[in-house]
Design a binder for this molecule. Structure first.
Ligand code: SF4
Length: 228
Protein backbone atom coordinates (compact mmCIF):
# COMPACT_ATOMS: atom_id res chain seq x y z
CA UNK A 1 0.00 0.00 0.00
CA UNK A 2 1.29 3.48 -0.84
CA UNK A 3 2.22 5.65 2.16
CA UNK A 4 0.10 8.80 2.67
CA UNK A 5 0.99 11.50 0.09
CA UNK A 6 2.60 13.83 2.65
CA UNK A 7 5.09 11.13 3.55
CA UNK A 8 5.74 9.81 0.07
CA UNK A 9 8.53 12.29 -0.56
CA UNK A 10 10.30 11.21 2.62
CA UNK A 11 9.86 7.57 1.66
CA UNK A 12 11.25 8.31 -1.80
CA UNK A 13 14.17 10.17 -0.22
CA UNK A 14 15.19 7.16 1.89
CA UNK A 15 14.98 4.81 -1.06
CA UNK A 16 16.87 7.08 -3.48
CA UNK A 17 19.67 7.77 -0.98
CA UNK A 18 20.25 4.00 -0.71
CA UNK A 19 19.71 3.23 -4.39
CA UNK A 20 22.22 5.81 -5.62
CA UNK A 21 24.45 5.70 -2.53
CA UNK A 22 24.14 9.45 -2.21
CA UNK A 23 26.20 10.66 0.69
CA UNK A 24 26.89 14.14 -0.55
CA UNK A 25 25.19 16.82 -2.62
CA UNK A 26 25.93 18.37 -6.02
CA UNK A 27 29.15 19.90 -4.84
CA UNK A 28 31.71 18.52 -2.39
CA UNK A 29 32.40 20.04 1.01
CA UNK A 30 35.50 21.60 -0.56
CA UNK A 31 33.56 23.51 -3.22
CA UNK A 32 33.78 27.17 -2.30
CA UNK A 33 30.89 29.63 -2.38
CA UNK A 34 32.27 31.37 -5.47
CA UNK A 35 32.03 28.24 -7.63
CA UNK A 36 28.56 27.41 -6.31
CA UNK A 37 27.27 30.92 -6.93
CA UNK A 38 28.88 31.33 -10.35
CA UNK A 39 27.50 27.93 -11.36
CA UNK A 40 24.01 28.87 -10.19
CA UNK A 41 24.21 32.18 -12.06
CA UNK A 42 25.52 30.67 -15.29
CA UNK A 43 23.50 27.46 -15.62
CA UNK A 44 20.27 28.96 -16.93
CA UNK A 45 19.47 27.68 -20.46
CA UNK A 46 22.68 25.72 -20.82
CA UNK A 47 24.28 22.43 -19.76
CA UNK A 48 26.47 21.95 -16.71
CA UNK A 49 29.35 20.99 -19.04
CA UNK A 50 29.16 24.44 -20.65
CA UNK A 51 29.12 26.06 -17.21
CA UNK A 52 32.28 24.16 -16.26
CA UNK A 53 33.98 25.30 -19.45
CA UNK A 54 33.09 28.91 -18.62
CA UNK A 55 34.39 28.50 -15.05
CA UNK A 56 37.65 27.04 -16.37
CA UNK A 57 38.06 30.00 -18.71
CA UNK A 58 37.50 32.40 -15.80
CA UNK A 59 40.14 30.54 -13.76
CA UNK A 60 42.67 30.48 -16.60
CA UNK A 61 42.19 34.22 -17.16
CA UNK A 62 42.72 34.99 -13.47
CA UNK A 63 39.12 36.19 -13.28
CA UNK A 64 37.91 33.63 -10.78
CA UNK A 65 37.40 35.89 -7.78
CA UNK A 66 35.04 38.63 -6.67
CA UNK A 67 37.87 41.16 -6.86
CA UNK A 68 38.77 40.19 -10.43
CA UNK A 69 35.14 40.30 -11.58
CA UNK A 70 34.80 43.79 -10.14
CA UNK A 71 37.79 44.98 -12.17
CA UNK A 72 36.68 43.49 -15.49
CA UNK A 73 34.12 45.12 -17.76
CA UNK A 74 30.92 43.25 -18.60
CA UNK A 75 32.21 42.85 -22.16
CA UNK A 76 35.40 41.21 -20.89
CA UNK A 77 33.45 38.89 -18.58
CA UNK A 78 31.05 38.08 -21.41
CA UNK A 79 33.93 36.98 -23.66
CA UNK A 80 35.23 34.64 -20.96
CA UNK A 81 31.88 33.01 -20.16
CA UNK A 82 30.78 32.74 -23.79
CA UNK A 83 30.52 28.88 -23.67
CA UNK A 84 27.69 29.24 -21.12
CA UNK A 85 25.65 31.31 -23.59
CA UNK A 86 23.73 34.57 -23.15
CA UNK A 87 26.98 36.52 -22.52
CA UNK A 88 25.36 39.94 -22.24
CA UNK A 89 22.83 39.03 -19.57
CA UNK A 90 25.06 36.57 -17.73
CA UNK A 91 28.08 38.89 -17.59
CA UNK A 92 25.85 41.58 -16.09
CA UNK A 93 24.53 39.02 -13.64
CA UNK A 94 28.07 38.11 -12.52
CA UNK A 95 29.13 41.72 -12.26
CA UNK A 96 26.11 42.76 -10.17
CA UNK A 97 26.49 39.70 -7.95
CA UNK A 98 30.18 40.52 -7.38
CA UNK A 99 29.13 44.03 -6.35
CA UNK A 100 26.56 42.57 -3.92
CA UNK A 101 29.17 40.32 -2.29
CA UNK A 102 31.71 43.15 -2.09
CA UNK A 103 29.15 45.47 -0.52
CA UNK A 104 28.89 43.00 2.39
CA UNK A 105 32.64 42.67 2.81
CA UNK A 106 32.71 39.21 1.21
CA UNK A 107 30.71 35.98 1.23
CA UNK A 108 30.86 35.62 5.00
CA UNK A 109 29.20 38.96 5.59
CA UNK A 110 26.52 38.26 2.98
CA UNK A 111 25.78 34.72 4.10
CA UNK A 112 25.71 35.61 7.80
CA UNK A 113 22.36 37.27 7.21
CA UNK A 114 19.26 35.32 8.27
CA UNK A 115 18.05 33.04 5.47
CA UNK A 116 14.83 34.98 4.82
CA UNK A 117 16.70 38.26 4.62
CA UNK A 118 19.37 36.79 2.36
CA UNK A 119 16.77 35.32 0.03
CA UNK A 120 14.95 38.65 -0.23
CA UNK A 121 18.23 40.39 -0.97
CA UNK A 122 19.12 37.87 -3.67
CA UNK A 123 15.68 38.12 -5.26
CA UNK A 124 16.18 41.86 -5.50
CA UNK A 125 19.45 41.38 -7.38
CA UNK A 126 19.63 41.57 -11.17
CA UNK A 127 19.14 38.21 -12.89
CA UNK A 128 18.45 36.16 -9.77
CA UNK A 129 15.12 34.33 -9.70
CA UNK A 130 13.65 32.11 -6.98
CA UNK A 131 15.40 28.87 -8.00
CA UNK A 132 18.83 30.52 -8.27
CA UNK A 133 18.30 32.33 -4.97
CA UNK A 134 17.32 29.09 -3.24
CA UNK A 135 20.33 27.21 -4.65
CA UNK A 136 22.61 29.93 -3.28
CA UNK A 137 20.85 29.91 0.11
CA UNK A 138 20.98 26.10 0.45
CA UNK A 139 24.33 25.22 -1.08
CA UNK A 140 26.56 28.29 -0.81
CA UNK A 141 25.22 30.00 2.32
CA UNK A 142 24.47 26.66 4.02
CA UNK A 143 21.06 27.64 5.35
CA UNK A 144 18.60 24.70 5.43
CA UNK A 145 16.32 26.05 2.71
CA UNK A 146 14.61 24.17 -0.11
CA UNK A 147 15.02 24.25 -3.89
CA UNK A 148 12.23 23.62 -6.33
CA UNK A 149 13.15 22.86 -9.93
CA UNK A 150 11.95 21.02 -13.01
CA UNK A 151 13.29 17.71 -11.68
CA UNK A 152 11.35 18.05 -8.43
CA UNK A 153 8.20 18.92 -10.34
CA UNK A 154 8.63 15.90 -12.62
CA UNK A 155 9.28 13.37 -9.88
CA UNK A 156 6.63 14.67 -7.48
CA UNK A 157 4.12 14.92 -10.31
CA UNK A 158 4.69 11.28 -11.16
CA UNK A 159 4.56 10.19 -7.52
CA UNK A 160 1.26 12.06 -7.22
CA UNK A 161 2.39 14.53 -4.54
CA UNK A 162 2.88 18.28 -4.36
CA UNK A 163 0.92 21.45 -3.65
CA UNK A 164 -1.36 21.07 -6.66
CA UNK A 165 -0.23 24.24 -8.44
CA UNK A 166 2.63 25.29 -10.70
CA UNK A 167 3.58 28.36 -8.66
CA UNK A 168 7.16 28.30 -7.42
CA UNK A 169 6.28 29.78 -4.04
CA UNK A 170 3.57 27.16 -3.49
CA UNK A 171 6.11 24.43 -4.13
CA UNK A 172 8.62 26.07 -1.86
CA UNK A 173 6.09 26.29 0.97
CA UNK A 174 5.10 22.67 0.41
CA UNK A 175 8.72 21.48 0.44
CA UNK A 176 9.40 23.57 3.56
CA UNK A 177 6.45 21.93 5.32
CA UNK A 178 7.32 18.42 4.11
CA UNK A 179 11.11 18.10 4.50
CA UNK A 180 12.85 17.95 7.88
CA UNK A 181 14.56 21.22 8.80
CA UNK A 182 18.05 19.83 8.34
CA UNK A 183 20.75 21.16 6.02
CA UNK A 184 22.30 17.82 5.16
CA UNK A 185 18.94 16.14 4.63
CA UNK A 186 17.67 18.90 2.34
CA UNK A 187 20.85 19.01 0.28
CA UNK A 188 20.87 15.25 -0.19
CA UNK A 189 17.16 15.26 -0.97
CA UNK A 190 17.66 17.72 -3.81
CA UNK A 191 20.73 15.87 -5.07
CA UNK A 192 18.86 12.54 -4.99
CA UNK A 193 15.98 13.94 -7.02
CA UNK A 194 18.33 15.41 -9.63
CA UNK A 195 20.28 12.16 -9.95
CA UNK A 196 17.10 10.08 -10.13
CA UNK A 197 15.60 12.25 -12.85
CA UNK A 198 18.79 12.00 -14.89
CA UNK A 199 19.21 8.25 -14.37
CA UNK A 200 15.74 6.70 -14.35
CA UNK A 201 12.88 9.18 -14.04
CA UNK A 202 13.78 10.76 -17.35
CA UNK A 203 11.37 12.46 -19.71
CA UNK A 204 10.70 8.90 -20.88
CA UNK A 205 11.03 7.06 -17.55
CA UNK A 206 12.72 3.71 -17.04
CA UNK A 207 10.23 2.44 -14.47
CA UNK A 208 11.18 -1.22 -14.47
CA UNK A 209 14.46 -0.45 -12.70
CA UNK A 210 13.02 2.16 -10.34
CA UNK A 211 13.07 1.72 -6.54
CA UNK A 212 9.95 3.91 -6.28
CA UNK A 213 7.80 1.83 -8.55
CA UNK A 214 5.42 0.60 -5.83
CA UNK A 215 4.68 4.13 -4.55
CA UNK A 216 4.43 5.83 -7.93
CA UNK A 217 1.11 6.95 -9.34
CA UNK A 218 2.54 7.17 -12.84
CA UNK A 219 3.02 3.39 -12.72
CA UNK A 220 -0.35 2.58 -11.22
CA UNK A 221 -2.34 5.08 -13.25
CA UNK A 222 -0.48 5.39 -16.55
CA UNK A 223 1.50 2.19 -17.09
CA UNK A 224 -0.61 -0.38 -15.24
CA UNK A 225 -3.76 1.46 -16.29
CA UNK A 226 -2.68 1.05 -19.88
CA UNK A 227 -2.16 -2.66 -19.29
CA UNK A 228 1.64 -2.43 -19.59
S1 SF4 B 1 8.38 4.45 -11.31
FE1 SF4 B 1 8.89 5.52 -13.21
S2 SF4 B 1 7.73 7.45 -13.21
FE2 SF4 B 1 7.74 6.61 -11.11
S3 SF4 B 1 9.45 7.59 -10.09
FE3 SF4 B 1 10.21 5.66 -10.92
S4 SF4 B 1 11.03 6.15 -12.95
FE4 SF4 B 1 9.74 7.88 -12.29
Amino acid sequence: MKPPPTNRLLDAHERLIVHYNINRWHWTEDTGPLDICLGALLVQHTSWANVETALTRLREAGAHSIEALLKLSETEIGALILPAGMPVGKSRRLKVFAELVASHGGFEGLFDRPAVELRTLLLGTYGIGPETADVIVLYAAKHPGVVHDAYTARLCGRLGIGPGTNRYEDWRAWLEATLPYDLDYRRRNHAAIVVHCKELCRTKPLCNACPLRDICEYVSEVLDGAGK
